[in-house]
Design a protein around this ligand. Structure first.
Ligand SMILES: [Mn+2]
Length: 343
């Protein structure tokens, strides 16, 4: 039975997180898993899914990896072809579902099947509430979901190999922006150093994540950058991309959330935002900051994420939604306060 916390002996609900040891014990006890991640899976999500998959199958467990959105085509890591793309009608059956790198609510088109699973484990590093799940481990101080999976696999005494190391290293590279973000701690670099001992190709992994864009994407980027907008002396910078523009340049809008990293390159930027109309009337907003807490800004408009990297999906007209969110962000930047939000 799913419950939103654990019950104590008096049957009173306690909303508490589980420990890493409890996660490890649960994974030891169960033997039939389906691992899922978030919509628009990124390298950390995919790396966590595959690292855990290879670890659990090495221990003789039954395991599948499932995604509601397609796997991006620009990565060549071993095992990505094993991820089943199930855009609709996903059900977990008797398997235990493990959600990595997000809460069950963010698993996109498979979320109803995920949330109704008989057994549910959730492993994440985003700042958020506990949410649902029999076992929930959320540690926002972790740089990546992959650093958590690294610890779990060690606790499970899994033997690391090139496949596992590529996945975990790739996820860490993705979520630290190639060891450039504030989450690049000495421990993260230690883990990355250990993973390099398994014959992985760090140059290829970095190139695939950061420097292998199709021509259509670069041309779309050019068009979007030429209409880059700023406010507050360039502290706030944003761009919008309509569904029609994605079609015009032949770019899959769901594989374009890294557009925001180009907006944030502006020298004066404190908050960078990208508004993508991923389907007509569905606006995905990516937010990045150097210091400001865009995690709370994203939660304010119905999204979530980290202090310096967050996002939200809002339904509405691209121009209207972007204008409203820009106003909120401007006010937030100046006063530190969040305007009332209606959508
Ligand atoms: Mn992540």
């Amino acid at each position: 039975m799913l419950c939103s916390g654990r019950c104590n002996r008096q049957g009173v609900m306690m909303v508490v997180m589980n420990s890493l040891q409890e996660v490890v014990q649960y994974l030891k006890d169960e033997d039939d898993f389906i691992i899922v991640g978030h919509e628009s899976p990124d390298p950390d999500c995919l790396g966590a899914m595959l690292g855990l998959y290879f670890g659990l199958t090495q221990l003789g467990k039954e395991c599948r990896v499932v995604s509601g959105d397609p796997v991006p085509q620009d990565l060549s890591w071993p095992g990505l072809e094993l991820i089943e793309h199930i855009p609709a009608g996903f059900t977990a059956g008797d398997s235990c579902v493990i959600v990595v790198d997000c809460e069950p609510e963010r698993t996109g088109s498979i979320k109803e099947g995920v949330k109704s699973a008989k057994r549910l484990v959730n492993i994440d590093h985003h700042q958020r509430g506990r949410g649902i799940g029999d076992i929930v481990y959320v540690e926002p101080s972790e740089a990546a979901a992959c650093t958590i999976i690294y610890r779990i696999l060690h606790e499970l005494e899994v033997s690391f190999d090139q496949k596992i190391a590529t996945a975990i290293y790739g996820g860490i590279v993705g979520d630290t922006g190639g060891f450039r973000h504030a989450n690049t701690t000495s421990e993260v670099l230690f883990m990355a150093g250990e993973l390099l001992n398994f014959g992985i190709d760090p140059a290829a992994i970095a190139r695939e994540i950061f420097s292998s864009q199709p021509l259509g994407f670069l041309r779309l980027l050019g068009a979007a950058l030429s209409r880059l907008q700023t406010a507050q002396d360039g502290k706030l910078v944003w761009m919008t991309v309509s569904f029609d523009q994605f079609s015009e340049f032949g770019v899959d809008p769901k594989n374009s959330d890294h557009l925001v990293s180009f907006a944030r390159m502006l020298d004066t930027a404190e908050i960078a935002m990208v508004f993508r109309e991923v389907s007509p009337g569905e606006i995905r907003i990516g937010l990045r900051a150097n210091h400001a807490d865009v995690g709370s800004l994203a939660r304010h408009i119905g999204g979530g994420g980290h202090k310096l990297a967050s996002g939200a999906t809002v339904l509405g007209d691209l121009h209207t939604v972007s204008s409203k969110v820009v106003q909120i962000a401007e006010h937030f930047l100046v006063t530190g306060e969040l305007h009332e939000w209606h959508n």
